[in-house]
Write a protein that binds this ligand. Structure first.
Ligand code: UDP
Length: 459
């Protein structure tokens, strides 16, 4: 996408190359981000494989059964090198997914600033940095219930060993993140899908304490247009199933703030036992629920196509199931939705923040336990279900009881008494998020600042 330079402007527009990792949680925000820079006059190119979104979906499904997926990132190294070699004279900056840590060598080799984007919060980024640099596990017991504190952060952050990326159990993941962070330290700076008012202490920590350049330009989903664009955002070939379209009509019939939206992103699946407990918890909560079941999960294979095991026909009027892709941003912004049960993937978290919806947090792995801390303890806009073990998309995990799930939903969605603050804070943050991306807002200004810096480098 490109825009002509304004009249009297002697400089040709900036040219930024975006290089996203091929998972929806990385690809979607980077595409949104490119659109946002294009709207400000930058000529943006997204370098990716010629595969259609449907093929990307199949990669995701494969990823759910193969932890070696991260290694396939290596396959893009040679094509990236060739592209940069052919086009380096036409590129002002590369925005590379952090997972492609090796892209720093090619960018530096051509004298092009590499700007990294990992698609997480500044809070989670700071926690991971603290964890990688101090290795707090060395001085701690092996017990998964052992409390680990992360040093040097603006707030005292403690997690259970079992909730963390433990190098004793995950040496490959640990080594990969060491490479990612080392490459980021050698990069020009880092883009964040976040906004200053959301995590000011961490923006400050990142810039002043760690001496890094950081631009907070989100929530990028707010810049992704309206109507049809938002509905089909991320859907395979831009098409939604009749079931997915039907959920919006179903929401239209429900009272304001009466529905809990339940979705765990694109990678996470639960055991059949956990799926039954979740269904049981939704039943017990007494709330209406809209539950998105991804293709890979146990519930998708449930024999009852109307309701997964654990829910009876009695719950039929209260519940709506979408199998496959749902128009998440539209759902979260629907007035009937009053809560979001989420795995705390950063895109989902920020989309909930933008919509002013309280969260019921159920992290599983990657940055999700850190994001939960930010949501529940720092921002106070969510209630935790009490997940205690870091388990990647395909690993078995501790089962959270239906009663606990129901209690957390009721607490997060309560509009009076204790729940009032969660709900009110969520609403206030939603207003701040929208202001950040408007003209003059903090994220709008950060986009402008990065553009100015890159333009100044030309001379
Ligand atoms: N998403 C969606 N519909 C779905 C599932 C996911 O639109 O049915 C979008 C969601 O809005 C978010 C992204 O996919 O933008 C998921 O990213 P996140 O970081 O939350 O989780 P991940 O899938 O990477 O674990």
């Amino acid at each position: 996408a490109s825009m002509a330079p304004t009249e009297g402007d002697v400089q040709p527009p900036l040219r930024i190359l975006f290089f996203p990792f091929l998972l929806p949680g990385h690809l979607i925000p980077m595409a949104d981000m490119a659109a946002l820079f294009a709207a400000r006059g930058v000529r943006c190119t997204i370098l990716t494989t010629p595969l259609q979104a449907s093929t990307i979906r199949s990669i995701v499904d494969r990823a759910n059964t193969s932890l070696g997926f991260l290694r396939t990132a290596e396959l893009l190294r040679e094509p990236f090198r060739r592209f940069l070699s052919d086009h380096h004279a036409e590129i002002d900056a590369v925005v590379s997914d952090g997972i492609f840590h090796w892209s720093v060598d090619d960018a530096v080799g051509h004298g092009i600033p590499r700007i990294t984007f990992l698609g997480t919060s500044m809070f989670a980024r700071s926690c991971t940095e603290a964890m990688l640099c101090s290795n707090p596990f060395e001085a701690c017991s092996d017990d998964p219930a052992a409390v680990v504190s992360l040093p040097g952060l603006p707030h005292p952050v403690v997690e259970l060993r079992g909730q963390m990326m433990d190098p004793a159990k995950r040496p490959h993941e640990w080594a990969l993140f060491q490479l990612i962070h080392a490459a980021d330290r050698r990069s020009y700076g880092e883009l964040f899908n976040s906004f200053h008012e959301l995590e000011p202490a961490y923006a400050e920590h990142y810039r002043a304490t760690l001496h890094r350049r950081a631009w907070l330009v989100g929530p990028v989903a707010l810049a992704s247009g309206s109507g049809k664009d938002v509905a089909s955002r991320g859907a395979i070939a831009g098409a939604l199933s009749p079931e997915a379209i039907g959920c919006l009509r179903w929401l239209d019939k429900k009272p304001a703030s009466s529905v809990v939206y339940v979705s765990f992103g694109t990678m996470t699946s639960f055991s059949p036992e956990q799926t039954r407990e979740l269904a049981h918890g939704l039943g017990l909560s007494g709330k209406n629920f809209l539950w998105v079941i991804t293709n890979g999960s146990a519930a998708a294979a449930s024999t009852d196509l109307c309701m997964p095991d654990g829910l009876s026909m009695a719950h039929r009027d209260r519940g709506y199931i979408v199998r496959g892709w749902a128009p998440q941003v539209l759902i979260l912004n629907h007035p009937a939705v009053g809560g979001f049960m989420t795995h705390c993937g950063w895109n989902s978290t920020l989309e909930a923040v933008s919509a002013g919806v309280p969260m019921v947090t159920w992290p599983r792995y990657a940055d999700q336990f850190h994001n939960e801390k930010l949501v529940v303890e720092v921002l106070g806009v969510g209630v935790s279900v009490g997940a205690e073990d870091y388990a990647s998309c395909v690993e078995t995990h501790q089962v959270v009881a239906g009663e606990m799930i129901a209690e957390s939903i009721k607490k997060a969605m309560k509009k009076d008494g204790d729940g009032d603050t969660v709900w009110k804070k969520a609403e206030e943050l939603g207003v701040m998020a929208c202001k950040a991306v408007e003209k003059g807002g903090s994220s709008y200004e950060d986009v402008g600042q990065l553009m100015e810096e890159l333009m100044a480098r030309r001379t």
